[in-house]
Ligand binder design. Structure first.
Ligand SMILES: NC(=O)c1ccc[n+]([C@@H]2O[C@H](COP(=O)([O-])OP(=O)(O)OC[C@H]3O[C@@H](n4cnc5c(N)ncnc54)[C@H](O)[C@@H]3O)[C@@H](O)[C@H]2O)c1
Length: 441
């Protein structure tokens, strides 16, 4: 079967490479010419563990990339994976979705199945159906749940597959059940529903996880002011099966390309239906405040931070990705720079460091250009001579570093652990002043 995948970002690339590895003949389409060239040369423009190896294996054989929509006419199935960022008011901006739909409309040949994997507000799939009215095409909503940093694993082992159909579109149901046969055989739950339910399942899932994070973050402030220890609270709560331990670690808040924009979009979707979404609004509000609260905590410790130098460990929004979108680390760096501090930044993922160079328009050879910001390629250089170390990403590799050796390299011996990844006692024993979140320990 021939398949097209529109959009070669985090979702589209995994989909294209993953389906090629299943033996389908896949054409990936992206408007970004430089990305397409890189991909055809077997070079992955983004970092996702294992992806480049799989790309290299299939490129030129079962897999190719192009900027032209002409290939659509040979494909039986088209996956739509373009971005759905937020606009200035917090609504979902559907310009990429509609522009892709208008382009593909011109090249649809025989009967086709369009699968919407992008996260879109309730009603969008039906709007697309109207927009493509007159074309011989059935449309399916099939939201994506992959996690950056674990994306290939999530593609191969999804928790569930959601398919939203229009009741008359029977051919596409058969086609998709064929494509996902491998998963159905593994008894991975398949939920067949209508467009609107499918679209809401995606937002509901992200909003619920974000709410868990904001819930524990709100309580971490109470723990911080009392003698309670939020890590122990999370652990004990998580032992209850009904609650579960995941997404219950206090920290400096969620970021990334999905949660922040999806939560804001869901608020807007409720409001446009005359619903006042109190819980989700609070989730968003707590998250916005959390990073500022942590920043104030750092400031309070020093009195004045202008002229101080900090090592910020973690640039991407989570470990094992290069994605800086809505990263808490980047937000903190901005707050610190505005207060006159100097920042030495580090991330274990080289592409995350490269993206930071590009984002701040830094000159790599001088590692400094216009900001008091330096990015380093190794941890030792990053921490040398600093007045404080700030942990912004939950990366367990940090636990394997030699913190006794690092102790001797810093100017002031203080760690602000924004992800509560360290054992406070161990850090105290080395001699650090250790400040985590939601604990006096
Ligand atoms: N990134 C994630 O972890 C994740 C997880 C689940 C769902 N999603 C959703 O999946 C969608 C895609 O997310 P992403 O992170 O892959 O986005 P992305 O920004 O990484 O990639 C989008 C790609 O689409 C391309 N594009 C834009 N308009 C196009 C057009 N008209 N034709 C062809 N290509 C076009 C862009 O050049 C870009 O390469 C979003 O709706 C997002 O919310 C993302």
């Amino acid at each position: 079967m021939k398949i097209s995948v529109i959009g070669a970002g985090y979702v589209g690339l995994i989909q294209a490479v993953g389906l090629a590895s299943f033996g389908f003949e896949v054409t990936g389409i992206d408007i970004d010419d430089s990305k397409v060239k890189m991909l055809n040369n077997g070079v992955c423009p983004l970092y996702e563990g294992g992806l480049e190896e799989l790309l290299k294996k299939h490129i030129g054989e079962k897999l190719q990339f192009t900027t032209s929509y002409k290939k659509i006419k040979d494909s039986q199935v088209i996956f739509l994976c373009v971005g759905t960022p937020q606009d200035e008011e917090g609504n979902t901006d559907l310009k990429y979705i509609f522009s892709a739909a208008d382009k593909l409309k011109k090249h649809i040949g025989d009967s086709k199945c369009l699968v919407v994997k992008s996260t879109v507000p309730i009603g969008t799939t039906r709007l697309l159906k109207e927009r493509l009215n007159g074309c011989n095409i059935e449309i399916v909503s099939n939201p994506e749940f992959l996690r950056e940093g674990m994306a290939l694993n999530d593609f191969l082992n999804p928790d569930r597959i959601i398919l939203g159909f229009d009741k008359n579109d029977l051919t596409s149901k058969e086609i998709l059940e064929g494509i996902y046969q491998k998963f159905i055989e593994k008894n991975i739950p398949l939920i067949i529903t209508n467009y609107e339910t499918s679209e809401l399942i995606k937002y509901a899932s992200n909003a619920f996880l974000a709410t868990k994070i904001s819930f524990i973050n709100e309580l971490s402030k109470l723990a911080d002011k009392t003698n309670a220890d939020i890590k122990t609270v999370s652990h004990a709560m998580g032992l209850d099966d009904r609650i579960g331990k995941k997404f219950l670690n206090a920290g400096i808040g969620y970021g990334g390309s999905c949660f922040p924009k999806d939560i804001k979009s869901l608020i807007k979707q409720c409001e446009s239906n005359d619903i006042n979404p109190r819980i989700i609004t609070a989730t968003d509000d707590v998250n916005e405040r959390q990073i500022k609260w942590f920043f104030e905590k750092i400031k309070k410790h020093y009195g004045d931070i202008s002229g101080k130098t900090f090592a910020v460990l973690g640039l991407a929004f989570k470990p094992d990705t290069d994605d800086l979108r809505e990263s808490a680390g980047i937000k903190l760096i901005d707050l610190l720079l505005k207060s006159g501090a100097t920042i030495k930044g580090f991330d274990y993922v080289q592409k995350a460091r490269d993206n930071a160079y590009n984002m701040y328009n830094l000159d790599k050879s001088k590692a400094f250009y216009g900001y008091n910001l330096y990015i380093f390629d190794n941890l030792v250089e990053t921490v040398t001579g600093v007045d404080g170390i700030i942990i912004t990403v939950e990366d367990n590799r940090l636990n394997n570093e030699n913190w006794t050796k690092i102790f001797n390299l810093t100017h002031e011996k203080i760690i602000f652990d924004g992800r509560n990844i360290f054992d406070s006692e161990k850090m105290h024993n080395i001699g650090y002043v250790y400040m985590g979140i939601g604990s006096k320990k």
